[in-house]
Ligand binder design. Structure first.
Ligand code: 5AD
Ligand code: SF4
Length: 461
C-alpha cells in the first residue's frame, strides 16, 4: 500500500495537461491512478486544482515551445495560491539542459520527474510536503514498475503498454534519447491486464509501443514470443471486440504478423505504418533501414491479405538534404500507397540527434511549401477512400455525443475512421455500443451516416 499524504476533510485535487502521443496520454492515466490512490480527486480546470501537472512532449520544436508558453501561463496560478503545486513531467524533461532551464527560468515549478520514474510520484509528493522545497528527480533509465493503478479516460477503450523505449535511432528522432532502450513487458502481465480490462467492460484495447514489431526480442528465452504470437493470445480474450496496436516499423513488419491480422477476428482492419519519406536516398539518411520498394510491397501484401484494410502513415518533409526530386518521390509513393490518411510534418531539428547537425538543412519556406503540397494530396486521397464507403454499412463503436452537438453521435469504424450520425433516440444512450451505420457521405476527415434499423434494411434490399 502506498502511504496517504493527507487525512484532511477536503480532498486535494489534480489537473493534468497532456501533450504528445498516446504513450504520453496513457502515462497520464497512470499518474492520475497514482494520485487517486493517494486520495486526490480530479479537477476540471487548473484554477480549481491543488496540483497542476504538465506531461510534456519534445518530438518536434513546436510541442516544446507550446509547453514553455503554458508553463509561463501557470505563474499567476502559483502567485494566487502559493500552496498550489506546479509539476512538469514527461519526455521534455529527459532532454539534457531542460532540468536547469526549468530550475532557473521557472521558479514557480515545484516538482519535476521524468519518464522512467513516474511511479515515484507519491514519494516525491511526500518529500515536497516534508521539505517544503522544490523536488527534481529525473532518472536516465529504469524499469517500468508493474501493477501501477490506472485511471482510464474511457470506460470502454483502453491503452495497454507492451514495449517501452526504442532502439532504432532514426536520425531525426529524439525518442530513443528520452524514452531509453526497448523493454518488453512479460506476456503473462500483458494478458492479465487485458483480461482484467475486458472483465471491466472494455471493448477496445490498443497495444502501445514505439515499435510494437520489436516486441519480445528482449524477453528471457523461456518466455520469448513475438508480436504476432502476442496478438494471437490477446485475440483469445473473451469480451473484447476490437484490438488495435501502434506504432509499427516497416522494417520489422513480418508476413507472419500480416497473416495474424487477417486471422484474428478482433484485430481491426487498420494499420498505422509510418513511411516518413518516399525517396531511398532520404530513407537511408533517416536510418530507416528499408526502401520505398519494400514499403510498397508491404502495402500490397497487406491489401491482399487483410480485405478492406485502411493504411495510415506519418511523413516528414524537408529532411536535411531533401531535394525537389526526393520530395516528388514522396508524393509518388503516397499516391501509389493510396493512404487512407496521414499525419504530415515539416522536419524539425532536435538537439542531440544526428540529423540536426547535417549540413544541408532545408529552408523553412521550402519545408512549408512541400508540406502544403503534400497535405493537398493526402486530403484528396483520404476523400477518395472515404467516398468509396458511401452506400455501405459499417460497424461503429459509439464514443458519445460529438464535440459540438448533443444530438449528433461520434464513433469509429474498425478501420479507425470517424463517423458522425444523428442520435436516433434521445431516450437511448448508445455510448460504448457497436452499431451498424449506413454511410451517406464521405469527406476527407469524416464520414456522415445514419443508424441502420431493421426496417431500413428491408427497404434497401
Ligand atoms: N521532425 C519532424 N517530425 C518528426 N517526427 C519525429 N521526429 C520528428 C522531427 N524531428 C514525426 C515522425 C514520427 C511522428 C511521431 O513524429 O513522423 O513518426
Ligand atoms: Fe523515433 Fe524511429 Fe524509434 Fe519511431 S522508430 S520512436 S521514429 S527512433
Amino acid at each position: 500500500m502506498r502511504e496517504h499524504l493527507h487525512s484532511c476533510a477536503h480532498p486535494r485535487t489534480y489537473y493534468i495537461r497532456t501533450f504528445g502521443c498516446q504513450m504520453n496520454a496513457h502515462d497520464s492515466e497512470v499518474i492520475a491512478g497514482l494520485l487517486e490512490e493517494l486520495g486526490y480527486k480530479r479537477a476540471l480546470t487548473p484554477e480549481t486544482a491543488d496540483l497542476v501537472l504538465l506531461n510534456t512532449c519534445c518530438v518536434r520544436a513546436n510541442a516544446e515551445n507550446r509547453l514553455y508558453g503554458h508553463l509561463g501561463n501557470l505563474k499567476p496560478l502559483k502567485e494566487e495560491n502559493p500552496d498550489r503545486i506546479i509539476g512538469v513531467c514527461g519526455c521534455l524533461v529527459q532532454q539534457p539542459g531542460e532540468e536547469e532551464k526549468i530550475r532557473e527560468e521557472f521558479p514557480h515549478v515545484d516538482l519535476v520527474f521524468g519518464t522512467h520514474n513516474l511511479h515515484r510520484l507519491p514519494a516525491l509528493l511526500a518529500q515536497l510536503e516534508a521539505t517544503k522545497s522544490r523536488v527534481f528527480e529525473i532518472w536516465q533509465e529504469g524499469e517500468r514498475e508493474e501493477d501501477l493503478p490506472v485511471r482510464r479516460e474511457s470506460p470502454f477503450k483502453a491503452w495497454v503498454n507492451i514495449i517501452y523505449g526504442c532502439n532504432n535511432f532514426c536520425s531525426y528522432c529524439i525518442v530513443p534519447y528520452v524514452r531509453g532502450r526497448e523493454q518488453s513487458r512479460r506476456p503473462a502481465k500483458i494478458l492479465e491486464e487485458v483480461r482484467a480490462l475486458a472483465a471491466d467492460g472494455v471493448k477496445e484495447v490498443t497495444l502501445l509501443g514505439q515499435n510494437v514489431n520489436s516486441y519480445g526480442k528482449d524477453l528471457p528465452a523461456g518466455e520469448r514470443i513475438d508480436f504476432a504470437d502476442l496478438l494471437r493470445q490477446v485475440n483469445e480474450v473473451d469480451g473484447l471486440s476490437r484490438i488495435r496496436f501502434q506504432t509499427s516499423h516497416p522494417k520489422d513488419l513480418s508476413s507472419k504478423l500480416i497473416r495474424q491480422m487477417a486471422a484474428g477476428d478482433k484485430i481491426c482492419e487498420h494499420l498505422h505504418l509510418p513511411v516518413q519519406a518516399g525517396s531511398n536516398r532520404v530513407l537511408a539518411a533517416m536510418n530507416r533501414q528499408y526502401t520505398r520498394e519494400h514499403y510498397l510491397k508491404l502495402v500490397e501484401e497487406l491489401r491482399a491479405t487483410v480485405p478492406g484494410i485502411a493504411i495510415t502513415t506519418d511523413i516528414i518533409v524537408g529532411f536535411p538534404g531533401e531535394e525537389e526530386e526526393d520530395f516528388l518521390q514522396t508524393l509518388d509513393l503516397v499516391e501509389k500507397a493510396a493512404f487512407d490518411s496521414a499525419y504530415t510534418f515539416a522536419y524539425s531539428p532536435r538537439k542531440g540527434t544526428k540529423a540536426a547537425s547535417l549540413p544541408n538543412q532545408v529552408p523553412q519556406e521550402i519545408r512549408m511549401e512541400r508540406l502544403y503540397r503534400l497535405i493537398e494530396l493526402v486530403d484528396t486521397l483520404a476523400k477518395k477512400s472515404n467516398k468509396r464507403l458511401e452506400g455501405e454499412v459499417v460497424t461503429v463503436l459509439v464514443e458519445g455525443p460529438s464535440a459540438k452537438r448533443e444530438d449528433i453521435y461520434a464513433g469509429y469504424t474498425r478501420t479507425n475512421k470517424q463517423v458522425l450520425f444523428p442520435r436516433p433516440d434521445p431516450e437511448e444512450d448508445l455510448t460504448g455500443r457497436e452499431i451498424p451505420v449506413l454511410i451517406e457521405e464521405g469527406l476527407s476527415h469524416t464520414l456522415y451516416g445514419k443508424v441502420m434499423t431493421g426496417k431500413e434494411e428491408t427497404a434497401h434490399s
